[in-house]
Ligand binder design. Sequence first.
Ligand SMILES: *Cc1c(COP(=O)(O)O)cnc(C)c1O
Length: 475
Amino acid sequence: MQYISTRGNQDRKRFCEILLEGLAPDGGLYMPVAYPQVDDATLTRWRKVYHEQGYASLAFEILSLYIDDIPADDLRALCAKTYTAEVFGTGEIVPLRHLQDGVWIEALSNGPTLAFKDMAMQLLGNLFEYELARRGEELNILGATSGDTGSAAEHAMRGKKGVRVFMTSPHGRMSPFQQAQMFSLQDANIYNIAIKGVFDDCQDIVKAVSNDLEFKRKYKIGTVNSINWARLLAQVVYYFAGYIQATEQNSQKVSFSVPSGNFGNVCAGHVARQMGLPVDKLVVATNENDVLDEFFRTGVYRVRGTADTHETSSPSMDISKASNFERFVFDLLGRDGARVKALFGEGLSKTGQFDLSADPVFAQAAAKYGFVSGKSTHANRLDTIRATYEQHGMMIDTHTADGLKVALEHLTAGVPMVVLETALPIKFAATVVEALGRDPVRPAQFEGIEALPKRVLVMDADVPAIKALIERECV
Ligand SMILES: *Cc1c(COP(=O)(O)O)cnc(C)c1O
């Protein structure tokens, strides 16, 4: 499989070349030149693989269609090492839980940091270690987090050879549980940097350091953000696993509802559907930050300014723009890279928006690609968490509640709806307490983590000081 940029540059790259890279040189995102097609016989075979050999074997089947520069035996071993009951809490890895007639929750949050980001990040950690060793290279991951991404990255990279993680976060602004998840890590290759400032200050530091190309090259600075193709690819697997669990035969269609922020998760659903998985609808659920819902309703994509970006009780979906959205638009526009470049490059930087409402392709987002959308507010979130607990005895987190709220608006008789669970309620305990008047269940291994010794550097939002830290640690 070869990969091209969404912005028209026709250089073709292979999987391991783009694995450690961020954006393509023309500013676009990498996409496979074509989607491998999964026919009925293959899907039937994969059912057997999942049921008889498990999730890791299914992951190998799917990943091997996209990765041809890692020997098959090595790739199989990497999948087997990643998707274990030990790491993901259950042998099924992504069990489906029945909620009500025709509605299921796919559990994706039983990994080390209790959010679905572990599904991809754990694989990325093993792929990075493998590829860096093969090249005899090192990588210093510099990131900014407001919670989930940073902790998933740290737990995936801890103790990995050839990798250091420098993770900035806004000092005092993450929940005690999130801080404990990150700061209690004692691994020598993990650096927690609490910045005296807000999340934007952290992101600005990452940008400033990455824009110093000489520094970036000398210190092998990289990222693990959601535009990484390997992360997206890893997520494709659980759409197949969810489908297989929700159906008995391939003639059945299934819809998925996805709590969405940067459009990474639901874009993986789009890829699965393009491969031929019988998906009816892909339901894009947003919170008050409704950039994506607005697009799917109106055809207008409008990036929000800081003042219009709300801090919500489903904070991992608080985005001003959706960084993976360009991938879908590339397909929607018939893979016209020049046009994508005009929309996302010049267009967005000038006016902060583009409008496809008058373009005939807009109707295809729903008709051809199955996308529908909806939005959920704080009040909806509380109602949904309460109703789910009262009616079904199931506690769900705030993001999953957004997914469920919007899913219920898009049910079709006879089509199972699978809602992707993106985090466990303990991560967002305050809102769950607000809804239910009681504390969420805490998995045993997280008892008392807030009291563990912390390993964190508190620093000013000072780019030279961060660079000096990296220089000092990389000798
Ligand atoms: C990251 C995240 C999301 C949003 O996923 P995207 O891939 O950015 O759309 C939703 N819920 C939780 C809990 C997350 O951590």
